[in-house]
Design a protein around this ligand. Structure first.
Ligand code: ADP
Length: 476
């Protein structure tokens, strides 16, 4: 075990200017909410209040949708090369302001700066670059077809990757000629509001992108609005089902990216040290607040003991603490509500008889924290093997044959992602053919690229985001 410690290396917060209060970004300007209601957004690592953000009601939703509908006529008629230019400029400004955006994302969401700096923000910029490329080449994306944009896209995103999910939603919508009303999650609105100022900076025509803040009621009003033509949602399966009910019988086109309970499957011939890194990245990246997290580790029985020893040793080296510290691996849990949910599911694991292992680490006094946790002796009927925990908690199951691995991996109502670790290429293909998951990673995990479609089966939702497939959800 390493006996040295790292000196603190906190990122400076001087680069961000957080306002005391924000407006709704509607029709190209920041406006006050009709009811004058605001809610406070905090830093989950310190519980310090960062800003007051508006709670949009039905009237505000109405204003935002009309602004988007009005802007649609001109935006969709614009030469595709011109649209590409705006999207390209957005990508460039995200790059230019990457440090500021990363710090803001970390302050408002609790994720380690290393992740927001190296993954969230660069991937968000990459998404805009990629879609700027498609904007004037849609005839190649849909050969032999003439496609048209849908109109106003209502986009609702969760709190785990605020800016990145915004990019996944807005970039393809704009590239295909739609206009947008986007609602970020109630706990993480700040980078979306900062994005609104980026839209101003690149002089995006007024109303093409509208950002409204608020909680579930705001989202529900947006989904129900009769002038919305498309609903794109990322979040819980429960809310996904509600949205589906709300749009039933309408002409609204819908894509849903919901929960997951991915199997990360390690065969006995896998490169073990690499697999350990993949397991750690699979479940502890972003505190496990990842819908495609590798939350079920399926390990071949013959190597289970050796792998568990290595994994436990690796867990002890993870650094939990100040998300702004560049050495931090595990940041804060996003909210008290989420922390309580994690605690309750972990409690059920103990009650149902699984064996708990937690790395020794000191939890800061203020803020919301949960130590890296691994359960062994998990059986398929345990809640921790079936339900999405959305926290840094891994459930370990074993298997003997590839057939058994497939059966266990698919024994879930979800189907978002899976990982396979083996030296044999033929086995990777054999497994990928049989795993009911939208994404299958081989000898890696949680790898994202704007050109690669992402999405689920079963209760993980439908539709794809990213790649050529992702454009399909925004055209008729
Ligand atoms: P999570 O479990 O990840 O917090 P939720 O599904 O609760 O996910 O939230 C994801 C997004 O959906 C958030 O922006 C939230 O405000 C919004 N939301 C919650 N309830 C509804 C609803 N009934 N209709 C539309 N959007 C909703």
């Amino acid at each position: 075990m390493a006996s040295w410690d790292y000196s603190p290396a906190p990122e400076s917060t001087d680069v961000v200017r957080i306002r005391d209060d924000y407006g709704l970004f509607i029709g190209g300007e920041f406006v006050e909410p009709a009811a004058g209601e605001y809610s406070k957004t905090i830093n989950p690592a310190t519980e310090e209040v960062l800003a007051a953000v508006p709670v949009a009601d039905e009237r505000d939703v109405g204003r935002a949708v009309s602004a988007a509908a009005k802007a649609f006529k001109r935006w969709s008629a614009l030469a595709p090369g011109e649209r590409a230019r705006y999207i390209f400029r957005i990508a460039r400004v995200i790059q230019e302001r990457s440090r500021e955006l990363a710090v803001l994302e970390t302050m408002n969401g609790g994720k380690p700066i290393r992740e927001s700096r190296d993954l969230d923000v660069p991937l968000a910029a990459a998404h805009f670059f990629y879609h700027a490329g498609w904007a004037d080449k849609l005839e190649f994306a849909f050969p032999g077809r003439t496609v048209e944009p849908l109109g106003v896209a209502a986009q609702i995103i969760p709190w785990n990757f605020p800016l990145l999910m915004l990019a996944w939603k807005i970039a393809p919508a704009l590239a295909t000629g739609n206009t947008v009303v986007l609602k970020p999650a109630e706990t993480t609105p700040l980078t979306a509001l900062e994005f609104a100022s980026i839209c101003e900076e690149v002089q995006l025509p007024a109303g093409v992108v509208n950002i409204i803040t608020g909680a579930g009621a705001t989202g529900a009003a947006l989904v129900r609005h009769p002038d919305v033509d498309k609903v794109a949602f990322t979040g819980s399966t429960e809310v996904g089902k509600e949205i589906q009910r709300a749009v039933a019988g309408t002409n609204k086109k819908v894509t849903l990216e919901l929960g997951g309970k991915a199997a990360n499957i390690v065969f006995e011939d896998a490169p073990l040290d690499q697999a350990i890194e993949g397991i750690v990245n699979g479940i502890f990246f972003n505190q496990g607040h990842v819908c495609c997290a590798g939350s079920r580790l399926l390990v071949q029985e013959s190597i289970a003991e050796r792998l568990m020893d290595k994994l436990k040793r690796r867990l002890q080296t993870l650094k939990l603490g100040d998300p702004l510290d560049k050495n931090t691996d595990i940041g804060a849990i996003n909210s008290r509500e989420q922390l309580n949910k994690i605690k309750s599911l972990v409690g059920s694991g103990v009650d149902e008889g699984a064996e708990l292992y937690q790395a020794e680490c000191e939890l800061p006094e203020r803020g919301f924290w949960f130590p890296p946790t691994v359960f062994t002796g998990v059986s398929q009927s345990h809640r921790i093997a079936r339900e999405e925990i959305f926290g840094p908690v891994l459930s370990v199951l074993t298997f003997r044959t590839a057939e058994e691995a497939v059966e266990k991996a698919n024994n879930t109502p979800f189907g978002l992602s899976a990982g396979v670790w083996t030296e044999k290429g033929s086995r990777i293909l054999w497994m990928a053919d049989r795993l009911k998951a939208g994404v299958v990673w081989a000898n890696t995990f949680n790898r994202f690229d704007p050109s690669s479609p992402f999405g689920g089966y079963k209760e993980s939702g439908y539709g794809r985001e990213g790649g050529r497939h992702g454009l399909e959800g925004y055209v008729r």
